[in-house]
Design a protein around this ligand. Structure first.
Ligand SMILES: [Zn+2]
Ligand SMILES: [Zn+2]
Length: 139
C-alpha cells in the first residue's frame, strides 16, 4: 500500500475534521457518532467511523462541540453555550431547554463554597408530540 506523505495526510485530516465539524454544526438533533458518520459520508465517502469518533473527541476536547451522554450513549452538538436538555423517553428526541432556574440553583450551590465549572440538567419525560399521541396533552 502506498504510504501517504505527512503533508498529504495532514491535509486529509484537516479536511475530515472540517467536514465532521460542519456536520455537527448543521445538525440540531443532537446526533450520535454513527449518525454523524452517515452524514459525513455524503461529503467524504471514504471516511471511517473510527476517524469520526477520533475527530469528535478532538473537537469536544477543544471545546468547539459539546458531548452529552444520554443512556450511556454519546450525542454531539455544535451549541456550546449554557443550556440543558429534555429527553423524550418515548421517541428518544433530545431538545434544548433554557431555564433561569439553573442559574439560581448554581448560585445556591456556590454559596456553600463550591466552585461550579459546569452544570448539566437533563429533564426526562414525553415530548409534546408523544404526549399528544398518547392523549396526555390536549390542546
Ligand atoms: Zn417524543
Ligand atoms: Zn443542546
Amino acid at each position: 500500500m502506498e504510504k501517504l506523505e505527512t503533508g498529504k495526510r495532514k491535509k486529509r485530516n484537516t479536511r475530515q475534521k472540517a467536514v465532521v465539524y460542519q456536520v455537527v454544526l448543521d445538525s440540531h438533533d443532537h446526533p450520535t457518532a454513527e449518525k454523524i458518520y452517515e452524514r459525513a459520508k455524503k461529503e467524504l465517502p471514504n471516511i471511517s467511523l473510527g476517524t469520526v469518533y477520533r475527530v469528535l473527541k478532538d473537537l469536544a476536547q477543544e471545546g468547539r462541540i459539546k458531548e452529552i451522554i444520554v443512556n450511556k450513549q454519546s450525542h454531539f452538538e455544535g451549541r456550546t453555550d449554557f443550556h440543558h436538555h429534555f429527553i423524550c423517553k418515548s421517541c428518544g428526541r433530545i431538545e434544548d431547554v433554557e431555564t433561569p432556574l439553573c442559574r439560581y440553583t448554581c448560585r445556591k450551590v456556590e454559596q456553600k463554597g463550591y466552585v461550579v465549572e459546569d452544570i448539566e440538567y437533563k429533564f426526562y419525560g414525553l415530548c409534546s408530540k408523544c404526549a399528544h399521541k398518547k392523549g396526555i396533552l390536549k390542546e
